[in-house]
Design a protein around this ligand. Structure first.
Ligand code: F6P
Length: 411
C-alpha cells in the first residue's frame, strides 16, 4: 500500500544558527528537524548563519540522516552575519537571501539565535513576507522570554533560554573546582564570566560557592569600589582556609582611576556586524587592584569559552525538545514571526509543551538581571536567584577538605 502523504509533504523547511554557539544548539537542530520531518517537511541546514544564504548558498540536507543532539556547538556552524546594511557592512544582502530562498525552494525558515539573528529574521518576515519561526538561544540568558518565576508568593519576570542551563552548569563547576587551588595558595581567585551586559551567567559561580560577585547591572563607582574592597577583605579574613572566589561578569562597569570614570574593559576595538564590541580583561584589573589595595595575592581566571563548549546538559536537552514541540504546533497552525518560550521556570520533569507559550520573535530587547536577584550591599546574588537556579542545577557537593591536623611544637 502506498503511504499516505503527510501534511507538509513536498515542502521544505530550513534551519540556521546565528551568533555565539551554545552546548544546546545541536540539540535544538535535531529536535526541530525531527518534528518537521514527522510533519512531512524535507529539512535543510543553512551553514554559517545568514552567510549560508549569500552568493551561491551553502546548504546541506538534514532529512533522514543520523544527528547527535548531545554534542555541543552547532554542526551547521554559525556567524554574526547581518543581512541588513550596517555601519560595518553597508551592503544590503537581502536580495541575495531572497534569491537563494527561492532557488533552494525553501518554504519555511527556522532561525535559532538571540535578539540579533531573530531580529533580522523578523524583519525578513515583516518586510518580505518570508515565513519564519524563531528559536531562542544564548548562554547570556538576556533574551526577553517572559518566563515567570514564582518565589515567596511573588511573580518575577525571569528569562530561560536554551544554552543557558548548560553554560550556567559549567560556571558552577568551574567555581566549585577552583577552590582547591585557591586554598592551596591561600589566594583570591577572580573568575571572569561571559554574559555581555547581563549578570545571569555569573550567578552560576555563586551557586558553585563564590563568596563575592559583581555584575554589569550595578556599576562599581569610585565610592562603591571602596566598599567592594572592604567586603573582599572581610570575606577573605573570615574564610577558614584563607581562600575565596570572586566572580565578575565580563561586562562589569568598573571605576577607572586614570580615566576618572566608570568604564567597561574591551578585549578589542572591533565591533561585529550587529555593532557589539567584545568584552574581556576586567578580571586581571580587579585581581591586581585587590593585591595592591589589600596586600592579598589574587589571580585572574578567564572562564572564556568553557561554559559555551562541551556536551549539552540534561536540562537543555529537555528544554530544546519541549520548545521544538511548540515549533511543531506553530508549523501546524502556520503562524510565523513567533518564537516558543517557557511560561514558567520549572524543573526538568515539568518541561512539557503545555507549559510553553509563544511570543513575537526578535527585536524584543535584552533583559538584564532582575534587581530582585542581586544584592548590591552584599555584592552577592540573593536567595531568590538561588531558588531560580535550583530549578536547573543540583547543588554541587561542597568542595571542602574536612580534616585539621595538630601543629607540632619542638620539645
Ligand atoms: O553572546 C554570547 C557570548 O559568548 C557573550 O557572552 C560574549 O561576550 C560573546 O559571545 C563573545 O563572542 P565571541 O565568541 O565572538 O568572542
Amino acid at each position: 500500500m502506498k503511504p499516505k502523504n503527510k501534511i507538509f509533504s513536498g515542502k521544505t523547511l530550513a534551519i540556521l544558527t546565528g551568533g555565539g554557539d551554545t552546548p544546546a544548539l545541536n540539540s535544538s537542530i535535531e529536535a526541530i528537524r525531527n518534528r518537521a520531518s514527522m510533519l512531512g517537511f524535507n529539512v535543510y541546514g543553512i551553514r554559517k548563519g545568514w552567510k549560508g544564504l549569500l552568493g551561491d548558498g551553502d546548504i546541506i540536507n538534514l532529512t533522514n540522516h543520523p544527528y547527535d543532539g548531545w554534542y555541543g556547538g552547532t554542526a551547521l556552524s554559525s556567524s554574526r552575519t547581518n543581512p541588513f546594511p550596517t555601519k560595518k557592512n553597508p551592503e544590503n544582502r537581502v536580495p541575495q537571501i531572497l534569491k537563494n530562498l527561492k532557488r533552494y525552494k525553501i518554504d519555511v525558515l527556522v532561525s535559532i539565535g538571540g535578539d540579533d539573528t531573530n531580529g533580522a529574521a523578523k524583519k525578513l518576515y515583516e518586510t518580505e513576507g518570508i515565513p519564519v519561526i524563531g528559536f531562542p538561544k544564548t548562554i547570556d540568558n538576556d533574551l526577553r522570554t517572559h518566563t515567570i518565576h514564582s518565589y515567596n508568593g511573588k511573580e518575577i519576570e525571569a528569562v530561560l533560554c536554551p544554552g543557558f542551563p548548560s553554560a550556567v552548569h559549567g560556571i558552577m563547576e568551574f567555581a566549585n573546582r577552583i577552590r582547591t587551588t585557591c586554598e592551596s595558595h591561600q589566594r583570591i581567585c577572580v573568575l571572569e564570566v561571559m554574559g555581555r551586559d547581563a549578570g545571569w551567567l555569573t550567578g552560576g559561580a555563586f551557586f558553585g560557592g563564590a563568596e563575592i560577585s559583581i555584575v554589569p547591572e550595578v556599576h562599581i563607582t569610585k565610592e562603591r569600589k571602596e566598599v567592594f574592597f572592604e567586603k573582599v577583605k572581610e570575606a577573605y579574613l573570615s574564610s577558614p582556609k584563607k581562600a575565596i572566589v570572586v566572580a565578575v561578569s565580563e561586562g562589569v562597569r568598573w571605576y577607572d582611576k586614570i580615566k576618572d570614570k566608570v568604564d567597561v574593559v574591551y578585549a578589542s576595538s572591533e565591533v561585529d556586524e550587529y555593532g557589539h564590541p567584545r568584552f574581556g580583561g576586567i578580571s586581571g584589573i580587579i585581581a591586581s587592584e585587590i593585591t595592591q589595595k589589600l596586600g592579598i595575592e589574587a589571580r585572574a581566571q578567564i572562564t572564556g569559552y568553557y561554559p559555551r563548549s562541551g556536551r549539552c546538559h540534561e536540562y537543555d536537552r529537555k528544554l530544546t525538545v519541549t520548545l521544538a514541540d511548540k515549533v511543531a504546533d506553530l508549523l501546524l497552525r502556520e503562524e510565523y514571526g513567533q518564537m516558543p518560550v517557557m511560561n514558567k521556570i520549572v524543573n526538568h520533569i515539568e518541561l512539557e509543551e503545555y507549559n510553553t507559550a509563544t511570543i513575537d520573535m526578535g527585536s524584543i530587547g535584552n533583559r538584564p538581571l532582575q534587581e530582585v536577584y542581586y544584592d548590591p550591599d552584599k555584592f552577592s546574588f540573593t536567595e531568590s536567584y538561588h531558588h531560580f537556579l535550583s530549578h536547573i542545577l543540583e547543588k554541587p557537593e561542597i568542595n571542602e577538605f574536612k580534616y585539621d591536623f595538630p601543629v607540632v611544637i619542638p620539645q
